[in-house]
Design a protein around this ligand. Structure first.
Ligand code: ZN
Length: 393
């Protein structure tokens, strides 16, 4: 199976995939001489990315094996919603070391929100016993359309002050490392898929929070589209939204009837104490019948839009997350009702429509994976190692 080159970055990729490997195993996997592999391993050890361990052979004396050191550096990860954020320090295996979750208001604009996140990251680093010099990269999920290549938001409908703001640049300047910015539904989809559905290749993660958005995984990879707007399905038309005005300026968007902000407004108009999506959750938990009924209707509207997505993408799993979906039964039942009524049997027969795992950390795990995919890809590793060699000279 000598399909890989013997470059240091490729050897690291093999070690990241699984258990420790001996030099002979790595030579066989890469088709390189043991001496060449040994040289590459020394470079990776010098960079702190690989360590030695003893490999127990059956019957023989133990031999030296090499293992990826996931703790050698850390990633900073943020899953930022409209009213709420989760921030974390993770290992280079995307394991959460320290995390914080709490209230933020995205409408305060980048001048307030970005410095607040940076400060919180510094606190988390210190709690983890690390400092800014240990940070390999920063991954951020934000609740709007993000141009992934540039790390900027493009005309986000509900994020005043963020249009065109260089989010990636701000974090790169703060921590002196690469920063990757993506849509929040994308980081949730990546995190959920890697931690809960590793064998699923086609999946939609639908977030119903203050607004509605989806992260789409096709053939195992996130689908961002031409500019990063793929999956932004909150503003898709549905007749079930009854031509209601939406905050994007159009009418009849699914978000205008099923997003958390819209649900709160509808309940408030009925005289119920609902200002925010969190109030909608509280009313539902208290068993308020009007709220339960409205949530079922919201689920149906979401289901009608998802039925169209199913026809286009034929996913195996649809995961429903975000605080409104976390309410559970009335929303999920409404979604399932219209998904199974409207999607064709061939596409819906083996389709699972499930609630997100609810641990609340899938977004930061996904954001950490953005970082790892960038800083640990073979070419980036080669680049880092050659920079180290130059310094040594
Ligand atoms: Zn809209």
């Amino acid at each position: 199976m000598a399909t890989r080159s013997g470059k240091a970055g490729d050897i690291l990729a093999i070690l990241r995939e699984g258990s420790p490997r001996t030099r002979s195993e790595l030579a066989a996997l890469t088709g390189q001489a043991r001496s060449t592999v040994g040289q590459r391993l020394q470079e990776l050890i010098a960079a702190g990315l690989v360590g030695e361990t003893l490999h127990a052979n059956t019957g023989g004396r133990p031999s030296t094996a090499y293992t990826f050191l996931g703790h050698s550096q850390v990633a900073l990860a943020a899953d930022v919603g409209v009213h709420h954020a989760v921030l974390a320090v993770t290992t280079l295996r995307a394991e959460v070391i320290e995390h914080w979750s709490g209230v933020i208001d995205i409408a305060d604009g980048p001048g307030v929100v970005v410095p607040a996140i940076i400060e919180r990251f510094l606190q988390l680093l210190s709690q983890a016993g690390r400092d800014a010099g240990d940070v390999a990269g920063v991954g951020i999920g934000l609740p709007g359309p993000v141009e992934f290549e540039t790390g900027r938001l493009i005309s986000p409908p509900i994020m005043p002050g963020w249009d065109g703001y260089d989010v990636a640049g701000a974090f790169t300047r703060a921590f002196g490392c690469p920063a990757l910015v993506d849509n929040d539904a994308n980081v949730l989809a990546i995190g959920e898929q890697l931690s809960r559905w590793p064998d699923v290749r086609n999946m939609i993660y639908l977030k119903i929070g203050a607004g509605i958005g989806a992260g789409i995984i096709v053939n195992g990879a996130i689908c961002r589209g031409a500019r990063g707007a793929a999956g932004d399905i909150g503003h898709v038309y549905t007749s079930l939204a009854e031509d209601r005005p939406c905050r994007c300026g159009n009418r009849g968007c699914v978000e205008a009837v099923a997003g958390g902000e819209a649900l709160a407004a509808t309940l408030a108009a009925k005289g119920l104490p609902a200002k925010t999506p969190a109030d909608v959750v509280a009313l539902a938990r208290a068993g308020n019948l009007e709220t339960t009924h409205l949530l079922r209707e919201a689920g149906r509207a979401v289901g009608s839009v998802l039925a169209t997505c199913i026809a286009i993408l034929n996913p195996e799993v649809i995961v429903l997350g975000g605080e409104i979906a976390e309410i559970g039964e009335p929303v999920i039942a409404g979604v399932r009702e219209n998904v199974y009524r409207r999607a064709l049997p061939m596409a819906s027969q083996h389709l699972q429509v499930v609630q997100a795992s609810g641990r609340g950390l899938e977004g930061v795990v996904g954001a950490a994976h953005l970082v790892l995919a960038e800083v640990l890809r073979p070419e980036a590793v080669e680049h880092t190692l050659s920079a180290l060699t130059v310094v040594d000279d």
